[in-house]
Design a binder for this molecule. Structure first.
Ligand code: MEV
Length: 344
């Protein structure tokens, strides 16, 4: 237990899923890479003034501000995580105001909702001088994720608070070691996907066809073999596994013409493999390249109409900001302006 302070600070970050999205909701494994260069920072203070757009409880005010407007659904998931922490830590009578700076584009499958929740819950713990261990933090973030996704496997919540390549299975996560000399290229279609809608869609597909259900086993096999390929540093084989996983996601109906356009562009430019990452129905494509082929793939994705393109190294150990470059500086996330309430 540390001392209470006037303000509390918390941080978290975005993620990409290499393989296993959607299947993870049904207990299959997933491999996720935390992306430290897509950070979220939260600052919380004891809030005393009157507010307009509050989520109040028992007359006690709680308010969130972010640097740009976000949707009501993302806001509710954040509120749910913070509400669970306030309840669990007996802080329902404490009025608080959060200010967030989120550099993760929202609704792109990069884990913005989990990262915002993790940063706020950590900031609240810091404010009241409470030590919070990773499992407690994960559980609180999951309260919001369940609200955001309907069914949430927990992979986003773990990735938001971890610093290593992760093996995730059945709600638990561990570090995955690897010797992969590879560059991941992340390309944004610029289209917001809805993870909740995508998770519902896959659930409908699984109920309607035994062929779709059988693909769950195939998804697990692919993810398990991908872990061995990462361990062995086999980029071409991992690329093929990613392509096969994309075929499954396509069958489940969560790809889109815009995603397929970027996948085709990355493949033509020499990527070892390419697939959507996260929920799909918009959002981002993840292409596996070598450091040598990465520039051609980046250029091809930009030419094919990607709204943003980033690269990040796959490495064993904590990712650092230098491992991810923002390749479209003109699209830099705007600085926090402090005047627009979000989560209303
Ligand atoms: C979203 O990033 C990943 C999904 O598998 C949902 C989940 O696992 O909670 C689509």
């Amino acid at each position: 237990m540390t001392a209470e302070s006037a303000v509390g600070h918390g941080r978290a970050h975005g993620k990409v899923i290499l393989l296993g999205e959607h299947a993870a909701v049904y207990g299959s494994p997933a491999i996720a890479l935390p992306v430290a260069a897509l950070p979220v920072s939260a600052r919380v203070s004891r809030h005393l003034g009157p507010t307009e757009s509050d989520h109040g409880r028992r007359g006690v005010r709680i308010r969130f501000w972010v640097q740009h407007q976000i949707s009501r659904s993302s806001g509710s998931s954040l509120y749910a995580a913070v509400a669970a922490a306030r309840q669990q830590w007996d802080l329902l009578d404490l009025p608080v105001e959060f200010r967030l700076h989120c550099s993760i584009p929202l609704g792109r499958g990069l884990g913005s909702s989990a990262a915002c929740a993790a940063a706020c819950v950590s900031a609240l713990a810091d404010l009241v001088g409470r030590a919070v261990d990773p499992i407690e933090l994960f559980r609180l973030v999951q309260c919001g994720e369940r609200l955001a996704h309907g069914r949430a496997s927990g992979v986003d919540a773990w990735a938001a608070i971890s610093h290593h390549l992760l093996w995730f299975e059945d709600g638990a996560a561990r570090t995955l070691s690897g010797r992969l000399r590879a560059t991941l290229v992340i390309a944004d279609t610029g289209i917001c996907g809805s993870t909740r809608r995508a998770v519902e869609l896959v659930s409908e597909e699984l109920q309607s066809s035994s062929g779709c259900r059988r693909l769950l086993d195939r998804a697990s096999e692919l993810t398990r073999s991908a872990a061995e390929m990462i361990e062995a540093g086999d980029v071409p084989a991992l690329g093929r596994a990613m392509n096969s996983f994309q075929s499954i996601l396509r069958r489940w109906g969560v790809s889109s013409p815009e995603l397929e356009n970027l996948i085709a562009a990355a493949t033509r430019a020499g990527a070892a493999g390419a697939k959507l990452t996260g929920g799909g129905l918009g959002g981002c494509v993840l292409a596996l390249t070598t450091p040598e082929t990465a520039p051609d793939v980046v250029e091809a994705l930009s030419r094919a109409g990607a709204a943003h393109v980033w690269t990040t190294a796959v490495q064993d150990g904590p990712p650092t900001p230098s491992t991810l470059e923002l390749l479209c500086p003109s699209e830099r996330i705007r600085e926090y302006d402090g005047h627009r309430p979000g989560y209303t």
